[in-house]
Design a binder for this molecule. Structure first.
Ligand code: NAD
Length: 297
């Protein structure tokens, strides 16, 4: 099995790297956090001294970093991966970042004779641990085919969405649907409460009628109807409000740059921002029902 580099061993990257290791790949890891390196060590992942040292030893390198700025630093910095790695290296960036950065890094990699795939994920920390993530990839067909066997060790569904940046575009469009649909479902429950309609009755009707959607059927924002949704554990994430807000800001920035009209996405970003500011940044995004109950009264 090939040597795979893994840069960014946090909540997502740690378990993803562990799954590659379990599948028989030799992993060379790197993170700027001592705690992340220690946790990776416990999962049997050896770490190198720098990102460049990782690329020196690996044929393929995966990055799982917090934001576009981190991705630019690691890839495009003076001592970054593109300036230092061997031609032919395959890079896969699974961070959720802006489309423009993904395209810039893809172009820089291609100019240097390297391959780059943006491959953000859906499925959260649970999916990362279980190896059931959905990957949405952007890049050439050749890069995708080369990356696929690795992605399959960490994910259940792998979709090639188009050229560089297309993976990030799919990710932010999907999460804009999710952010908006969750607010719609929460508003319906808040209204039902005022009208004396029970949570279970609304769920039984809407989950099998035209109101059905993932936010209702699989991730119901009130306790009871869907026993494993975060509402049943006081909104422990799950998917934190801060991460939803990050993704909605990315979709609004992309929308503005592309001249698209996404007014509901804009409104959703404002509501999650308000909710995060009320001390809810770390709770699950479905806890936005608390904000809506407040404003509805
Ligand atoms: P995290 O903060 O837990 O992990 C990021 C890691 O990157 C940290 O360990 C940090 O120390 C490391 N890092 C930062 N700068 C670095 C550098 N220059 N070199 C090496 N390592 C560096 O974040 P996470 O929850 O693992 O999320 C990672 C990405 O995945 C984000 O872009 C996030 O939006 C996306 N994502 C997260 C989830 C989720 O549920 N957590 C779901 C889908 C997508």
């Amino acid at each position: 099995m090939s040597v795979v580099g893994f840069i960014g061993l946090g909540n997502m990257g740690g378990p993803m790297a562990a799954n590659l290791s379990k599948a028989g790949h030799e992993i060379k890891g790197f993170d700027v956090s001592a705690a992340a390196i220690e946790a990776a060590g416990k999962a049997g992942i050896a770490c190198s001294a720098s990102a460049v040292a990782v690329a020196d030893e690996a044929d393929a390198v995966i990055t799982m970093l917090p934001s576009g700025q981190h991705v630019r630093d690691v890839y495009l910095g003076a001592d970054g991966l593109i300036a230092s790695a061997r031609p032919g290296t395959l890079f896969i960036d699974s961070s959720t970042i802006d489309v423009e950065t993904a395209r810039q890094v893809g172009a820089a990699a291609s100019e240097a004779g390297m391959e780059f795939l943006d491959a953000p994920v859906s499925g959260g920390v649970g999916g990362a641990a279980a190896g059931t993530l959905t990957f949405m990839a952007g890049g050439t067909a050749e890069s995708f085919e080369r990356a696929k066997p690795l992605l399959e060790k960490m994910g259940g569904k792998i979709v090639h969405c188009g050229d560089a940046g297309a993976g990030q575009a799919a990710k932010i469009c999907n999460n804009m649907i999710l952010g908006i649909s969750m607010i719609g479902v929460c508003e319906a429950f808040a209204l039902a409460e005022k009208l004396g309609l029970s949570h279970q009755s609304l769920f039984d009707v809407a989950s099998t009628s035209s109101g059905q959607c993932w936010s209702l059927n699989s991730y119901c924002p009130v306790p009871g109807p869907v026993p494993n949704s975060p509402a049943n554990r006081d909104y422990q994430p799950g998917f934190a409000t801060a991460l939803m807000l990050k993704d909605l800001k990315l979709s609004q920035a992309a929308s503005q740059a592309a001249g698209a009209s996404t007014p509901m996405g804009g409104l959703a970003a404002q509501l999650y921002s308000l909710h995060a500011g009320n001390g809810q940044a770390g709770t699950d995004f479905s806890s936005i029902i608390k904000l809506l109950r407040g404003t509805a009264s």
